[in-house]
Structure formats: structure tokens, C-alpha cells
Design a protein around this ligand. Structure first.
Ligand code: SF4
Length: 118
């Protein structure tokens, strides 16, 4: 991929925009640049965002949140739940029963929640 195309993809990355949006809206400052590091290629690409860019990012996020909240949990048919690290605590998981029985199921990164001793 050509350098210009890579830079456009980096700049269009919602991930970087979210970090910048958090800096602006939570921490109260906007860094001049956001840098994505491609460790394997030992390369860094820095991009900047305007206030308008970050406003568009915020609107995009709000739209995505609205879409997620509009989903009827009963209609979820994903097969991802069985491999999801949140399956044991997610109230919408379709794999809570089967994953608990699965031999060798990985513990989630946050560990397991123990029931209080009586
Ligand atoms: S367990 Fe919950 S968070 Fe994970 S994939 Fe299923 S619905 Fe999504």
C-alpha cells in the first residue's frame, strides 16, 4: 500500500479519533498529533484532527451507540459469544451456559467473580 493511502487509513481510524476525542472532552486538551505505531515495520505515522473532525467522530460514535442500544437482545444470533472474554458477565451472551461447561475455557482477563461465602 502506498504511503498516502496508509496515511489516509490511519487518519480515518476511529481508534485514533476516539483517543483524541477523549483528550479533548475528558482531559480538556487536544494534542497536536496522534501517532499510530506499526511495531512490526518500525514505522510511525502521525496525523492531526480539527475540532470539526472530532465533532464528526463524536456524532459517529453516538450513532453507533444508538444502533447497539436499538438491538433486541432476543434477536442476537452471533456465534462470537462463545469466544468472547465478557461472556460470563454479559447479560446478552448466548454462550453463558455452554461456555461454563466448556473444558479448557479461558478465564477472562479480569478473573472470575466469586459468590460471597455464607
Ligand atoms: S458475550 Fe456479550 S459482549 Fe461478548 S459477543 Fe456476546 S453479546 Fe457481545
Amino acid at each position: 500500500m502506498k504511503a498516502g493511502a496508509v496515511r489516509r487509513r490511519v487518519r480515518g481510524s476511529l481508534q485514533l479519533q476516539i483517543y483524541m476525542l477523549a483528550c479533548r472532552d475528558v482531559m480538556g486538551f487536544v494534542p497536536d498529533l496522534a501517532t499510530m505505531v506499526f511495531v512490526r515495520h518500525n514505522e510511525r505515522i502521525s496525523v492531526s484532527y480539527s475540532d470539526i473532525d472530532l465533532n464528526v467522530c463524536r456524532e459517529t460514535l453516538e450513532g453507533l451507540v444508538n444502533q447497539v442500544q436499538a438491538v433486541d437482545p432476543e434477536q442476537i444470533t452471533t456465534t462470537h459469544c462463545a469466544r468472547c472474554r465478557f461472556r460470563q458477565t454479559c447479560k446478552h451472551s448466548t454462550a453463558q451456559e455452554s461456555s461454563a461447561k466448556r473444558v479448557g475455557a479461558k478465564k477472562p482477563w479480569y478473573g472470575t467473580v466469586r459468590a460471597p461465602e455464607t
